[in-house]
Write a protein that binds this ligand. Structure first.
Ligand code: GLA
Length: 713
């Protein structure tokens, strides 16, 4: 194992102790193992994290690495995972091993709980690990319990701490801004600390997403190299700290961002951190992504194994400028196109301050009478008549100061009592730490569902970070707000999921400002970006595909970048959960016919694209062309997408080798989804040929795209 290049000389080898305390605690999947061990001093150490060893007994021979969950105030000189200020103001904590227990959960995952406690203060820390064997995913969280006589203060409370001992470390982060989310940038880590965090509260991921990759020893490639993928399942402030010490060891600390978030724990109370979810691949990024995709579909995402609905959204087709008649027209277009659903976006609500722009109305969730005299009911009825489902945009965590909600319930708004308000997108955030506000937000959905039970889907938006930060409800505990806001949000989402289990929702936050795996327990999919320029989307979708399965990534065909053909735009969006944000008035008959055929093609492709294995063949970051393919689990059916973005003059092309097929099977390959409506010529190749010799996928056609169907004979 390359992590631990320093093997112990025989005289240093720890004896395999009969003493249960010194036996390694092994958290293993099919391929990887994270191993802890109790030292002679009774403290818990990480022993190993890497490729699983064949013999569990061999782990005992590996020397201990640093302490598993390092505490502030003891001998360590780098960043700790835990910092408690005790009742007597003592800021130090020492954790000793108490016990551990292993069990198999109902979903087949293997759980390990290691209990540690401070011998002086008795505070307890439980480290939870849940290992998913076949997917090689481990998720971990921590429960900290106050066993003192009075309240204690948590200054730092990480979900996870992992140690690595390698020759070099290469971090990939996913940062950006509105309309340029998840830009992938790799850097070599050197001595000291690299912190990736957010302080935005809500719309928390606007500048950086809560996931990362760390390649060990060498930069990771798509199909080779050791790489850690990690993500925090938390829709609020997160922090990842990567710190290299004087000996070249790396610690990775993941959790809620403790910035302005000191948390007071009353006597007897426990604090549960969010889950940190990770995998380690020995075969590059592609395998790590597929680990995540398989795990997410089966165990985490709402309706992870279920189908997805194609849709027509009116946002870019109308913005705020619509009325009942226009919408009925669009519902008809949805039916004619053949999509599953019509989604009505922003602008349908509020009367005193009608939502005619983003300056007013948020919070007043009753239909604007001028625009929709017959209410949402008229639209759901029309949708039913046309045989499409109906979805609706809401942004229930937010309020415009120009709204009746603000006028009547200013105490529900996060705002500083003694300063002028400042606004992000002309709005403020409601105080979800307050149970009454939670009831109100739940009520937005509940009232709509009660009145209009035919609503099949909500697009739940969240366009502002938390600004003017002060909670009227939390009073003296202001530093709980960032955490309690998110917990309040989850309370609401849990109630919605319980009462309306079949209701589908899209997680949206001014584009991709909220994209995390805890949110995806409640939302079947997310809006990846307001940027639907297909060229940009090739990068954005490539970025999200690192961690999220295709079926969670909403991709719409719009009029952004009309230099790209409609086919190019459609083909890019087919590599996600397909939708349209177009109206017939902007299209000619050929365009309309092409879209109709594409939706039929997509419906046929869905089982492979949404539930199959993704192989990223050529990265858009590598230059002029990009390609990805999807292979169903039986390896009988695959789709290959190829895009020429900026071909060069007299460019010489090399074949692209396909992946994930069965070498012994013969496959028929043909181009589908062509603009002329005809299918390409069928050619038959062995899987071996396709994976070793490959196909000529690219052309000199600027902004051109092709889709190939690969079917086992
Ligand atoms: C956000 C979303 C968009 C759209 C608008 C409506 O920006 O990301 O898709 O819904 O809000 O105001």
């Amino acid at each position: 194992m390359r992590f631990l290049t320093i093997l112990l000389a025989a005289f240093l080898v720890l004896p395999i102790c009969a003493n249960a305390q010194n036996e390694p605690i092994v958290i293993a999947t099919d391929d990887i193992a994270l191993v802890y061990s109790v030292g002679d001093n009774g403290r818990l150490y990480q022993k190993y994290f890497g490729k699983k060893l064949n013999n569990t007994t061999d782990y005992a021979q590996i020397s201990n690495m640093p302490e598993a969950y390092i505490t502030h105030g003891m001998e360590d000189y780098f960043e700790p995972a835990l910092h408690i200020v005790h009742t007597d103001a003592n800021p130090s904590t020492l954790l000793k091993y108490v016990s551990h227990a292993q069990s198999v959960l109902s979903d087949g995952a293997k759980q390990t709980v290691i209990t540690l406690a401070d011998p002086v203060y008795k505070d307890e820390v439980q480290l939870y690990y849940v290992a998913y064997p076949a997917e090689n995913i481990i998720k971990t969280h921590t429960i900290i319990t106050n066993k003192e006589k009075k309240a204690i203060k948590l200054e730092k409370y990480a979900s996870s701490m992992l140690h690595f001992n390698c020759n070099a470390y290469y971090l990939t982060q996913f940062d950006g801004d509105w309309a340029r989310e998840v830009d992938m940038a790799e850097q070599k880590l050197e001595f000291g600390k690299k912190v990736i965090d957010t302080k935005l509260g809500a719309r928390a991921n606007m500048f950086v997403s809560p996931f990362f990759q760390v390649a060990l020893n060498e930069p990771a490639q798509e199909n080779q190299g050791e790489v850690l993928f990690g993500t925090l399942a938390w829709s609020g402030n997160f922090r990842f700290t990567f710190e290299i010490d004087q000996k070249g060891m790396l610690r990775v600390i993941s959790g809620i961002n403790p910035y302005a978030s000191q948390y007071t724990l009353a006597k007897g109370e426990s604090f549960r951190t969010p889950e940190f979810i990770f995998t380690l691949s020995m075969n590059g990024k592609g395998e790590a992504s597929r680990n995540f995709h398989d795990w997410a579909r089966q165990y985490q995402v709402k309706e992870g194994m279920g189908d997805r609905m194609t849709l027509l959204n009116n946002w870019e087709a109308t913005y705020f400028d619509f009325n009942e008649e226009k919408l009925i027209g669009l519902i008809g277009e949805a039916r004619e196109l053949g999509v599953d659903m019509f989604l009505l976006d922003d602008g349908w609500f509020a009367n005193k301050y009608p939502r005619s722009s983003d300056h007013q109305g948020l919070g007043d969730w009753l239909e604007t009478k001028d625009k929709l005299p017959n209410g949402i009911g008229r639209l759901t009825a029309e949708a039913e008549k046309q045989g499409v489902k109906f979805g609706l945009w809401i942004e229930p965590e937010m309020v415009n100061p120009k709204s009746e909600l603000y006028e009547n319930h200013k105490d529900w708004v996060i705002t500083l009592p003694n300063r002028d308000e400042y606004y992000f997108r002309n709005q403020l955030v409601l105080d979800l730490s307050n149970p009454k506000v939670q009831d109100y937000v739940f009520g937005v959905v509940d009232d709509l569902m009660t009145k209009y039970p035919d609503i099949a889907y909500f697009k739940w938006d969240c366009n502002s970070p938390i600004t003017n930060i002060y909670s009227n409800y939390l009073k003296a505990n202001q530093t709980h707000l960032y955490v309690d806001y998110v917990r309040g949000l989850y309370n609401v989402l849990e109630r919605i999921k319980t009462k309306y289990p079949d209701l589908r929702m899209m997680m949206c936050s001014g584009g991709g400002g909220r994209t995390d795996y805890e949110g995806l327990k409640y939302f079947a999919e997310f809006w990846a970006s307001d940027n639907t320029d297909p060229i940009e989307r090739l990068f954005i979708q490539w970025g999200y595909s690192q961690i999220f399965p295709t079926k969670t990534i909403c991709a719409h065909v719009t009029n952004w970048n009309r230099n790209a053909s409609l086919k190019f735009r459609v083909n890019v969006a087919m590599m996600g959960k397909l939708g349209f944000d177009l109206k017939f008035a902007d299209m000619n008959q050929n365009d309309i016919e092409y879209c109709k055929r594409s939706i039929k093609d997509y419906n046929r492709m869905k089982p492979v694209v949404l539930d199959g294995d993704l192989y990223r063949l050529v990265s858009p970051y590598s230059g002029e062309h990009t390609s990805s393919m999807y292979v169903d689990k039986t390896k009988k059916h695959a789709y290959v997408f190829a895009f020429d973005v900026f071909p060069r003059f007299d460019e010489q092309f090399r074949n692209v080798c396909l992946q994930g097929l069965d070498p012994a099977t013969m496959y028929a390959v043909k181009e589908i989804n062509r603009e002329d409506g005809r299918e390409g010529e069928t050619r038959v190749y062995s899987g071996d040929y396709l994976m070793k010799v490959g196909l000529q996928l690219f052309t000199t056609g600027k902004l051109s795209s092709r889709v190939y169907e690969v079917i086992a004979q």
